[in-house]
Design a binder for this molecule. Structure first.
Ligand code: HEC
Length: 123
């Protein structure tokens, strides 16, 4: 009887630990999933598909970089950015690097970075 009580206690503890673990896992999984289409993440870090971090040339705040010829993106309408990216991804407009960057973005990622830049204040 004493043994059974001990076992029961142990099982309960295990269940509780497992419960906490699954909460922790779901908290970890949420940002990981969102990251797939996080505009900010791509802007700051690029993706694994050949898209370089936009911030490296367009600036963290999207203010552009005149010495590189990278235009301002902050505050542009999102649909303009999406359209420019879609065209460059097809080899129309932009330069060779931008065409490669744009081609490395999925349509959802183009939308995500466009929404992110559109939401930044104009410099
Ligand atoms: C290596 C530097 C570099 C990186 C990295 C880069 N860009 Fe560019 N981007 C440029 C340059 C330079 C231009 C101007 C190209 C031209 O028209 O000659 C440009 C142009 C653009 C344009 C066209 C703007 C317009 O008015 O037509 C968009 C949109 C754009 N970039 C978005 C992005 C996004 C989004 C990322 C990140 C996923 C990114 N760029 C990463 C350098 C870069």
């Amino acid at each position: 009887m004493k043994e059974a009580g001990k076992y029961f206690f142990f099982e309960k503890k295990k269940q509780k630990t497992f419960g906490l673990l699954s909460v922790a896992l779901s908290l970890l999984a949420a940002p990981a999933l969102a990251q797939d289409v996080s505009g900010k993440d791509i802007v700051l870090h690029g993706n694994d598909n050949g898209a370089l971090p936009c911030a490296a040339c367009h600036g963290v705040n999207g203010a552009g970089n005149t010495s590189m010829g990278a235009p301002v993106l902050a505050g542009l309408p999102a649909n303009m950015i999406v359209q420019a990216l879609a065209q460059m991804a097809q080899g129309q407009g932009g330069n060779e690097i931008m065409q490669r960057v744009a081609a490395g973005l999925s349509p959802a990622e183009r939308q995500a970075v466009a929404t992110y830049f559109a939401g930044l204040p104009k410099p």
